[in-house]
Structures are given as C-alpha cells and as structure tokens.
Design a protein around this ligand. Structure first.
Ligand code: GTP
Ligand code: MG
Length: 261
C-alpha cells in the first residue's frame, strides 16, 4: 500500500503582512465563526487553522457546515508572524510551494495591512517593502525551473484592514500609494545593483531582470504588471474588529478566499 495516499494535502491560503495588521484577529475570527475576534498577541510562530466552505463557495464563514450536513471543501489558512526577523520562513513557504514535489497546495496569499497605520509616517514604506519581497518571490517562482509546465498561479489579496477606524485610508488610495512605493523600491534596488562596484560588463543582465518586479524597464509600477507572471492583485477594504455598520467587515475577503480554494 502506498503511504502517500493516506495524506490528503488541503489547499492553503497564506496570510502575511506587517506586525499588528490584524492577521491573527482575522484567522481566529474565521476559525471561531464568532462575530468578535479573540484577543491576540504578537505572533512569534506560524499558526495553521482548518476551515471549510461549501462546494460552490457560497457559504459564509459563519455557517456551521458540519451541522448542516453540507458537502464541504476543506482548506488551511496559514497565519504568519509579521515581525521582520521572522519573514524569511514565510517567504520560504512561497518558494517551496513552487516545486511540483511540494506537499503544499498554496492557492492564494492574503497580504493584510493596517489602513490607519498606512496614513502615518513611514506606514506605506513599511507595508510596501514586505509586499515587494512577497511579490518578487512569487514572480521568481513563475520563472523558476526549466519545466515547460508553469506552476499554478497564486493570486494576492491586499486586505486593507481596520476600515472601521476613521483615520483609515480608502482602498483605492492604498492601491495607488503602494504601487508608487513599490516603484520607488524597484528603482532603488536596481540602482543598488548597478552601483555595487561590479563593472557593467560583469552584470548578468538576465540576473538583473530577475530581480526587477513587474514589467522590466517600465517607469511606473502597477499591480497589473504582475499579470504577466500570472499574479492577480486585488485591494479590498474590510475590518475584523468593529460592530455592524462600522465598516465592510470580512465578507468580501471570505468570498475572495472561498473563490480561490
Ligand atoms: P503580528 O502577529 O505581530 O504579525 O500581528 P497581527 O497581524 O497578527 O495582528 P493582530 O491580529 O494581533 O492584531 C493587532 C491589533 O489590531 C489587535 O489589537 C487587534 O484587535 C487589532 N485589530 C485587528 N483588526 C482590526 C480592525 O479591523 N479594526 C480595528 N480597529 N482594530 C483591529
Ligand atoms: Mg499575529
């Protein structure tokens, strides 16, 4: 008997983002099907929870599918720590998901940001630099390997959290500000390559374009450039905390996730 058949790998969704964005609040809220999230603490480790949605993806995270006897699609949500020193492990998860021999079935990435913190000094820069690393890792993953079979596409949801706060930036503004900052990071990192003391002749141009996010040589960065690498990016506002009417809640994110698993 083959042992491998004993393990069924569930599709998974990775939740990443800067510290304090509300990742653990979201995941615990979905897990408990509770209107109010649990008290959270700064995450130091990755936490994986199993969730379910009915087969056509129409059930709410509030529905108890076991009780209703519905046929459910199970999937995993991976809540990762946002601290800068713990990001390498999260990025490694994106890379291992690329190999066909991998035991993970990564279907989507939710990049959560605190929409109010983005309005503060340095907020956009902090949120963009981690997002840059994640998008570049996903982009390289599409180009990696010499197999003709492209790895499955991994869409990214930028979940603009804490929309209940009056200081929160609207999603459309978050989108354009992140794009502008990702463009700045792209420019400064490419200058870093050129001024690193390596002569122009020594620079492997293939390598340089490898480290360039989005359309190579383009002036401004736009999320739409990621489609070339099969990466769709959506920016959607919501809030985990806050009562009814205080914001859009988590329903749109849940639908987005349910659609991808
Ligand atoms: P790390 O684990 O450090 O990466 O942070 P995290 O992204 O897991 O953040 P966490 O879920 O611990 O939430 C941080 C704080 O934000 C908590 O105090 C939450 O209650 C609060 N929070 C989360 N979502 C919302 C929201 O929608 N609105 C408001 N106002 N606060 C929120
Ligand atoms: Mg956390």
């Amino acid at each position: 008997l083959s042992r491998s058949t004993a393990y069924i790998t569930l599709p998974s969704v990775l939740v990443a983002g800067p510290p304090g964005a509300g990742k653990t609040a979201l995941v615990t809220r979905l897990e408990r099907r509770a209107p109010k999230p649990a008290t959270t603490y700064t995450s130091q480790t990755t936490n994986i929870v199993e969730l379910a949605v009915n087969e056509d993806g129409s059930s709410s995270y509030n529905d108890d599918l076991d009780a209703s006897g519905a046929v459910a699609k199970k999937f995993l949500v991976i809540d990762t720590p946002g601290h800068g020193k713990l990001r390498a492990a999260t990025l490694a998860r994106l890379t291992t998901a690329s190999s066909t021999a991998s035991d993970t079935k990564l279907r989507a990435v939710v990049y959560m940001v605190d929409s109010a913190a983005l309005a503060e000094d340095g907020g956009i820069a902090a949120a963009a630099s981690y997002l840059y690393d994640i998008l570049l890792t996903l982009q390289k993953r599409m180009g990696a390997g010499n197999s003709s079979k492209a790895p499955p596409a991994i869409p990214v949801l930028v979940a603009a959290n804490k929309a209940d706060l009056f200081t929160a930036l609207p999603a459309a503004l978050i989108k354009t500000q992140l794009e502008a900052e990702l463009g700045r990071i792209r420019t400064s990192r490419s200058k870093g390559l050129l001024s690193s003391g390596v002569g122009a002749d020594d620079v492997d141009s293939a390598n340089e374009s490898d480290d360039w996010l989005g359309e190579y040589g383009s002036k401004a960065f736009h999320f739409a450039q990621m489609r070339e690498f099969d990466i769709d990016v959506d920016v959607v506002a919501g809030n985990v905390v806050g009562g009814d009417g205080s914001g859009p809640g988590v329903d749109k994110w849940w639908k987005w996730i349910a659609d991808k698993v």
